[in-house]
Design a protein around this ligand. Sequence first.
Ligand code: HEM
Length: 473
Amino acid sequence: MISYCTGLFTSAIVYRQYFHRLRYFPGPWEAKITKLWHVWKCRGGQNHLFIDELHHKYGSIIRTGPEELTIIDPSAPRVLDGPGNTCEKAVWYDFLLPEVAVNTTRSKKHHDIRRRIWDKGFSAKALSAYERRVINYTEALTSQIDQISREGEAVVVTDWFYWYAFDVIGDVAFSKSFNMLRDKQWHFAVKLLRRAMSLLGPFSPVPWLAQIAFHFFPWAYLIRDWFKMLRWCKQRMEERIHSTMDKSDVAHWLIEASPKNGSLTSDQQWLNGDAIAILIAGSDTVASTLVFTMFEIACNQSRQNLLFHELQDLDIYNREKLQHCDYLNAIINETLRLHPAVPTGGYRQSPPGGLIVNGTYIPGNVTIVSPRYSLGRLGSCYEQPRSWIPERWTTKKEMVKDATAFSPFSIGRYSCVGKSLAMMELRFVISMLVKRFRIDISDMDKGDRLFFDLRDQFTAAPGGLELRFHPRT
Ligand code: HEM
């Protein structure tokens, strides 16, 4: 047995190092042998920093696993997701199995069917129905912040923005708010979901290990939370299916379309999976973007003033007008460039015939990842890439040398279906808060924890942040 194992592992190591078709690509030697090394390296959940470090050491195409390349080249997003690409979603998306959802199915046929249904749930008509709810929650958030600041306290914005984003998505998705803004505390299901999500940090490089853990250790800490979280999401969808009231929410469109759905008709699995997808994709992303935007605004008083001037005489309830505020949009873009809500994720598999990225041939059936965190910091694309300068999207356009890599919501068939809703939330919250308050960094918190505790668990999970809100007279 021992000699069998020694022979097996030695031949696998020698093959992967010296004879494998990816052997010419640079990268740490351990990564060429096993993906487990990567798991070890990002056990603290900071994969985005680890990959960025490798990028500086090894260049723009790095072998980060026996069958995996990380590509930090501006052309990569277009090659992988742009028009005419023939890439597929990589094995990472099997993470949710046996559940299936629009964002995790690897079958293009099934994805296209589900995506058409989801698109209806985010059409212009559907969005107008969600708008009033988004405004209500934004007003509730603003009034809670007002109350706290009048008591002279700093506001723990990481909590409040998460409460906001989850309340909105609970209501928009299932007509059932988590009521965290009202109760001023975390809902147990959201706590569960966030704990379960932390599995995606260390396990992302090896989704098969997560599957093994799900099967053999369902009682283990975090994995238990994962299953509880799945059960809770399914229950919400079931409640919604059996509810007799006609509600304008995303679930309405998903349920409505399902019976006309050919082979997917009887498959309750899709609805369950989609319930998980919307809660995760629609909340963490918006919350983390709000946290980082407010941090940058608080650190840049002169830019905060410019934004205030843009908004001062504007009726921010007029969504049409708000969406044409150049400086507000620039602030959101710049935040998404520097602090992407999906820092690394978006694993693709090259087509069997391979593909070309910036003149380099990438063989077929290779997992490819092109992390937004590092793409957004490329000196070849942006001047002063590590500084937050919204003007690069307005009056100093020369500071963006190459915008092809900028795709915070991704592009192509797998791009974000919730982009318009997300932008609506971001614009309402940022504009309402900046109009009502001068926002300042707190004496006690200069943003250290925000970055130190930032975790890359497919979506970004920022560390704690306190800010001071001074009501404007
Ligand atoms: C700032 C906010 C947001 C950002 C930056 C963002 C970003 C992204 C990105 C990069 C993807 C592609 C992921 C991949 O390739 O696997 C994606 C997909 C997706 N997003 Fe978002 N997202 C945001 C908000 C939302 C919201 C509010 C919703 C829903 C309510 C949502 C729902 C989805 C769904 C369902 C997909 C999968 C689409 C598909 O595969 O067809 N997102 N998002």
